[in-house]
Every structure is written in structure tokens, then in C-alpha cells.
Ligand binder design. Structure first.
Ligand SMILES: O=C(O)CCC(=O)C(=O)O
Ligand SMILES: [Fe+2]
Length: 198
């Protein structure tokens, strides 16, 4: 028997100025819908306020931060919650698929098509010069948009239920990414970005 036959394939996506790879289904011990409903009910979801150009806004999504270090962005400092056994299992699967280690996870809950994430780079200094980020999605498919900072070249990737997108190398230095609102009727989506914070 081939012990590795069920190992998830992480397929590189050709891109300049960075590394990108996609796995259509992360190997988990439970079906995706079970993981989705457990994550929805077991997480202390928060509506965060961010300060952009001196103005306070409520983020158009809910979020939670688990790990052992605080996370800072847009004038916000998220106090970390500990990893739960469920999050640990998903982290382990993401580490196996990508060959990297992660000590934190930012969870985002897009309740419907009016929830979104603005274009940004995950380039905070504590992520290191070439951040390795494993982005795991559950629930409704939403389109992940990548835009090159200089050429404005755009790439659109459908992030489907149970998938993993790996971002590495110089990607955060050269590209921005985000999730647009959509007028299509879409249900709940969860995204977990596993990161390694110094
Ligand atoms: O929801 C997504 O797929 C993107 C999440 C993201 O970019 C982030 O958490 O930094
Ligand atoms: Fe991001």
C-alpha cells in the first residue's frame, strides 16, 4: 500500500514575484461541513473596530485570533486566544501539506456576500521578511483577488470548501490580496490563515 496516496497534493500556481500553491482538499479527520459548524459554534467571534486614516470602522466580517502572541494591524491589537484541539488538528494538517510551521491563526467569518476583506499585504515585521501563510477555507466559495503592486496585474482564485492556499516567498512584498463583496447569494464562509509570528 502506498502510505502517501492520500497525502494532499500541493500544486504550485505559477506567479512572478512570490510563491503560491493550492491544495483542493486539506486532509482532515472530519468532513468539511462538520469542521465548519464546529468552528462556527466553538469560536468567540468578535466584530473588530479598525482605525483607517483616523476614522473608526467596524470590519465587514467577524474574526478571532489564536496563538501565543498578540497581533497588531491597522491600529488594532488582538489579544490571542489559545489554540483549541480542533484548531491544532487543522494546523497540523496545514503544516503537513506545506512543510512549514505555524504558531498563530487569524480566523475570519464572512457571514454572507456583504462581508469582505479590503486589499492588503500580510507584511507586518513580526511575520518575517518572507511570510509563509497557509490559508484554509470552509463553506461558501469566495473569490480571492491578488493584485501586483507595480504592474496592477490581477489574478482571481476561487477558494473552495476545504481548500488550502499557500502564500510564501516575496508574495507579500509585491502583491496585495483581498475578498470583494458579492451580490450573488452566498452562505457562510470561514477562512483560517495560519502564520508564524516571532
Ligand atoms: O479570507 C481570505 O481568503 C483572505 C484572508 C486574509 O487575507 C487574511 O486573513 O489576511
Ligand atoms: Fe491576508
Amino acid at each position: 500500500m502506498d502510505l502517501f496516496s492520500s497525502a494532499p497534493a500541493l500544486l504550485p500556481i505559477p506567479i512572478r514575484d512570490g510563491e503560491l500553491a493550492f491544495c483542493a482538499q486539506l486532509a482532515l479527520p472530519w468532513p468539511n461541513d462538520v469542521v465548519l459548524s464546529r468552528l462556527l459554534s466553538e469560536t468567540s467571534w468578535r466584530a473588530e473596530t479598525v482605525v483607517v486614516y483616523g476614522k473608526r470602522h467596524l470590519q465587514p466580517r467577524l474574526s478571532a485570533w489564536h496563538g501565543d502572541k498578540a497581533y497588531r494591524y491597522s491600529g488594532l491589537s488582538l489579544a490571542p486566544l489559545p489554540f483549541t484541539p480542533l484548531l491544532d488538528t487543522i494546523r497540523l494538517a496545514a503544516e503537513k501539506a506545506t512543510g512549514r510551521r505555524y504558531n498563530s491563526v487569524l480566523m475570519n467569518y464572512y457571514r454572507d456576500g456583504s462581508d469582505s476583506m479590503g486589499m492588503h499585504s500580510d507584511n507586518e515585521p513580526e511575520l518575517g521578511p518572507e511570510p509563509a501563510i497557509a490559508s484554509v477555507s470552509f463553506g461558501a466559495m469566495r473569490t480571492f483577488i491578488l493584485r501586483h503592486k507595480d504592474s496592477k496585474e490581477t489574478l482571481k482564485l476561487p477558494l473552495t470548501d476545504g481548500s488550502l492556499l499557500f502564500m510564501g516567498g516575496a508574495l507579500q512584498a509585491y502583491w496585495m490580496h483581498g475578498i470583494n463583496k458579492t451580490s450573488k447569494p452566498v452562505g457562510a464562509r470561514l477562512n483560517l490563515t495560519f502564520r508564524n509570528i516571532d
